[in-house]
Design a protein around this ligand. Sequence first.
Ligand code: E4P
Length: 214
Amino acid sequence: MKIFLDTADISEIREAASWGIIDGVTTNPTLVAKTGRKFAEVVRDITAIVDGPISLEATSEDAEGLVAEARVLSAIHKNVVVKIPITTEGLKAIKRCRAERIKTNTTLIFSANQALLAAKAGTNYVSPFIGRLDDQGQVGMDLVRELVTVFFNYEFDCEILVASIRHPIHVLSAAMLGADICTVPFDVLKKMVGHSLTDVGIARFKKDWAKIPK
Ligand code: E4P
């Protein structure tokens, strides 16, 4: 499974990239706003660190506006993927972006039917928002299970990018189901690396190493 970092924070991206396990980055307006920095500067910095798909979100409500934004965003760097919300206008925009070879990531997916339509329109990635479903009492991972089946049945040229991740179990469950990508906040990524028994083991080996005559 590919791992993307779900953040616009450059220090987080730099650190995670140095671990050698980051395949791409996803952002959204909320994440970019949190940085307090100018959009162009944030994007410039991300593209300089990560050589993989970088999702940037379009916010227009009509297809015309979404496609216009997609052209501008995709012209920034070859790795840019344009996030388009799943609406009827979004579907029209996805189709046109595909024709213009602009890569899209269909966002705010909360049902398998939404993802099915986005895949048919020609999107490159669908982003089911797992944590937000869990937040309202639905089991988000059930949606990933449905998507894996549907996409396997029809061999869509579209990757399942599991988003809105809240904890390491989400990442593990996505991997067990065979999702293509998980986009992970930095704090969750750190939790995935750490284990108290690893810390205890390191301390014990260090102590015993000191006892060995050299
Ligand atoms: C990434 O593509 C999504 O925008 C992000 O994972 C949403 O996460 P949230 O539900 O924690 O805001």
